[in-house]
Design a protein around this ligand. Structure first.
Ligand SMILES: Nc1nc(=O)c2c([nH]1)NC[C@@H]1CN(c3ccc(C(=O)N[C@@H](CCC(=O)O)C(=O)O)cc3)C=[N+]21
Length: 312
């Protein structure tokens, strides 16, 4: 489905199964549907790779502690792997695991030739230094693209892996016809996981890039004046319903990276109900960036298996 600036009319949005269909003015950037389509393509690529090499790509996921949200995410990732023919192993460690114990496990996974991708689920318990752990993951198995070597390659415009959430956002822009070249993209949020890499990727030469990029964060003055200039507005701040209609230029494409629980409901960083009246295109939560993040993890695991085969 394509969307172009200035397109008018109401769009149908919702889930026919639950009869929650309603009409909204903005084009809906449906991450769930796109994720399903791309997972079909990944499954076919995995099958080709496995037939040619005799190797089944394998993801090792590490979960430390009992955080219920993390447990759900990790389970979703395992299921997604199985659905495209990627093997996975979940390593569950108790909340009181020491940094040395976690590093020991990562060392074993690095050395294990049948493991191609390693994912350490964040956040980690307070006694463990996140940077030390992420640095220890082999750069060739770093399917999150958090290792400094992989971050450096992204900055230089020659990525090995692209980080899952930013890459998912780019795919959503590509597949919905949102033109990034020359556009003003405003990213709210400067996290290592989303904001910082995404800003870097959007300003590179290449597909879903060549944008003029502005980074906003908690210390930005006159935030609304800046966000209102955005042709593409990306919300990755971690504050529920933070982006309101008066922060959005009419017709802009709005991508909501937020995952917040509010009164038992999952909501994004964008106040969808009001912003969809102003935006030209908007991604929902749930069903937006989340499913795309997992899809890009699957793609990266296949890439890792391909790379490790070439280097061994
Ligand atoms: N090393 C690491 N890599 C990650 O990629 C990583 C992580 N740690 N820690 C936590 C965050 C969060 N994250 C999500 C992925 C998918 C959905 C997702 O699919 N959400 C569904 C809804 C799921 C639900 O109902 O809870 C949706 O938005 O439609 C959400 C969140 C990956 N993360």
């Amino acid at each position: 489905m394509k969307w172009r600036t200035g397109e008018a009319g109401l769009r149908r949005f919702g889930n026919p199964a639950t009869r929650t269909i309603f009409d909204v003015p903005a084009h809906i950037i449906d991450g769930k549907a796109l994720a399903e389509k791309l997972r079909g393509e990944i499954a076919s690529d995995v099958s080709t790779f496995t037939n040619e090499s005799g190797v089944t790509p394998h993801l090792a996921a590490v979960l430390v502690g009992e955080d219920p949200a993390s447990a759900v995410y990790v389970r979703n990732k395992e299921r997604a792997c199985a659905n495209v023919g990627i093997g996975s192993t979940l390593h569950r460690l108790p909340a009181e695991t020491t940094q040395a114990e976690l590093l020991e496990l990562i060392g074993q996974l690095n050395a294990n030739d049948s493991v191609h991708g390693i994912l350490v689920q964040l956040p980690l318990p307070a006694q463990i230094e996140e940077k030390a752990v992420l640095d220890a993951v082999s750069a060739l198995k770093d399917v999150d693209a958090f290792h400094p070597e992989n971050v450096g390659l992204i900055v230089q415009g020659r990525p090995r892996f692209l980080p899952c959430t930013p890459c998912g956002v780019q795919q959503m822009l590509i597949h919905h016809g949102v033109q990034t070249a020359g556009a003003h993209a405003v990213v709210i949020g400067r996290s290592e996981i989303v904001g910082k890499p995404l800003v870097n990727m959007l300003m590179q030469k290449g597909e879903a890039a060549n944008a003029t990029v502005t980074v906003c964060h908690s210390r930005t003055r006159d935030l609304n004046d800046i966000t209102r200039q955005a042709d593409i507005l990306i919300a990755a701040i971690g504050l529920p319903l933070f982006v309101k209609a008066d922060m959005v230029k009419p017709g802009a494409a709005v991508i909501d990276v937020g995952i917040n629980r509010l009164e038992g409901k999952l909501v994004g960083d964008v106040d969808f109900d009001q912003v969809c009246e102003v935006a030209g295109a908007i991604s929902p939560v749930p069903g937006g960036v989340g499913p795309m993040t997992i899809t890009m993890l699957l793609r990266n695991t296949l890439t890792a298996a391909t790379l490790l085969r070439k280097t061994s």
